[in-house]
Design a protein. Structure first.
Lengths: 236, 226
């Protein structure tokens, strides 16, 4: 545990040097203000301009999901970038043979940032949410978001072996988050083609206000994380 | 000749690191999105997709490209070779613009756009501007996170006015803003000679600045000033 803590603080030092720590900690707040105030303002402008009753408001629940995933995605994305640098500079392989071990390294790089993001979301989402979400859904949404952030980061480091591949993988893995939008836009059974994505079930949970849908989201997230962890540990 | 070799080397580098695979996947996805949208939305959606992804890929990926070249010591080799900074920049710009043009052509066909040639020219010009901005930001960075952070203001300055301009909510004088001119071309609106001139002038200024940044980067390679 001591090694994991030390490794986590070492990463925060790197992020502080790049100013990224500052951005990570602060960015969800202006983003929250944007979601909470700018989007309803835009909605009023758009509905007036296009003479329609609602344009963005039917998707406010989706905005809440995106905000719930924002902090974890941000925290885990910057951790993934640090891991890519460490893989390129070969420092990661040296860390694996220290008391930190491979799993400790992953816990320091992705476990702790996800946990921090979970707490940040639990604090910020009730303040900046656009729709009425029950405390249970809020909690589950924060948990689902944290796991989704971890999946994105693990995808990046598992399928790529250098910075450039990492950026390409980041672009692709971020798309998994948009699985949450599918239940909002695709009402036919065709939507279930994307049901292996945990984000799809997070979308269904919020859209139908049914916490039961979080069960497949959590099970699928665990499966994705297990498979990706296995893949990374085999590769590293 | 050196430029041709650099161009093909860059293309091999991009192919090796999964660039083309990524854009093949993204193109399929974008075409699916365009087909799923109502018919009257597709042209604007295609313009936004082209402008925000294939055209701007140089800005998004340049940090990773330059940092990988630094860690593989390719830049040290280039710095002592007869290759000139201008050739290095032109090869990168041309190779990334080529990918942008192919992806944009597919998206324009999927959207059923009739203004094919001006849209491709707009894609090419915006790709050049974005790639040059990417080189300027990447040449001085030491880590990916630092690069990502540096590109955020560039993205805001480039994307926000252009997307607002597409929906005609910007003041009239902003139609000469280089990014808005490019967006006009991609979305099939007519552009004035002054607009084209502003894009060319922006490209020239960015080229000169990126050349200065690349030379500085080459000079500082190896831990000491050469």
């Amino acid at each position: 545990m001591k090694a994991i803590r030390a490794s986590f603080f070492q990463m925060t030092m790197i992020l502080r040097r790049d100013m990224m720590l500052f951005v990570c900690c602060l960015a969800p707040i202006p983003a929250g203000f944007f979601f909470r105030f700018a989007i309803p303002f835009l909605e009023s402008l758009l509905t007036e301009g296009f003479h329609r009753e609602a344009i963005l408001s039917p998707y406010y629940k989706l905005m809440d999901i995106l905000f719930a995933v924002l902090s974890p995605a941000l925290f885990c994305f910057v951790s993934a970038m640090v891991s890519l640098e460490e893989a390129d500079e070969k420092t990661a392989v040296y860390l694996f043979v220290t008391p930190l071990t491979k799993t400790g390294y992953l816990a320091a790089r992705f476990g702790l940032p996800s946990a921090a993001a979970f707490f940040a979301t639990c604090l910020l989402l009730p303040v900046f949410k656009l729709t009425a979400l029950s405390p249970l859904i809020l909690f589950l949404l924060a948990a689902g978001g944290a796991l989704q952030g971890m999946i994105v980061a693990l995808l990046v480091i598992t399928i790529s072996s250098n910075k450039l591949e990492g950026m390409a993988a980041a672009k692709l893995s971020m798309l998994t988050i948009f699985g949450a939008a599918i239940p909002f836009f695709l009402r036919s059974n065709l939507q279930y083609f994307l049901s292996p994505l945990p984000a799809f079930w997070i979308g269904k949970t919020v859209l139908q206000d049914s916490p039961l849908f979080m069960l497949p989201a959590l099970v699928l997230s665990a499966l994705w994380i297990c498979v990706l962890l296995k893949g990374y540990l085999r590769k590293a | 000749m050196k430029l041709k070799h650099l161009f093909f080397m860059d293309m091999r580098f991009q192919a090796k690191y999964g660039f083309y695979f990524l854009y093949a996947v993204l193109t399929v996805l974008y075409v699916a999105i365009l087909h799923a949208l109502p018919r009257n939305w597709t042209e604007n959606a295609a313009a936004i997709l082209i402008f925000s992804d294939p055209a701007s890929m140089g800005l998004f990926f340049m940090g990773a490209i330059v940092l990988l070249e630094k860690s593989q010591h390719t830049i040290c080799a280039l710095a002592v070779s007869p290759v000139r900074a201008a050739e290095y920049i032109l090869a990168k710009t041309a190779s990334l613009s080529a990918v942008s043009l192919v992806v944009a052509a597919v998206l324009l066909s999927a959207a059923g756009a009739e203004h094919f040639r001006p849209a491709l020219l707009g894609t090419f010009l915006s790709s050049v501007l974005f790639t040059l901005c990417g080189i300027i930001a990447a040449a001085k960075t030491a880590s990916l996170n630092q690069f990502i952070l540096r590109t955020v203001p560039v993205e805001i300055v480039c994307f926000v006015p252009a997307i607002l301009h597409l929906f005609q909510v910007t003041p009239a004088w902003l139609r000469y803003y280089p990014m808005n001119v490019c967006m006009d071309m991609i979305s099939g609106h007519s552009v004035s000679a002054i607009g084209i001139f502003s894009v060319m002038a922006a490209a020239a200024v960015l080229f000169v600045f990126s050349k200065y940044r690349v030379l500085k980067m080459w000079d500082s390679m190896g831990g000491a000033n050469l």
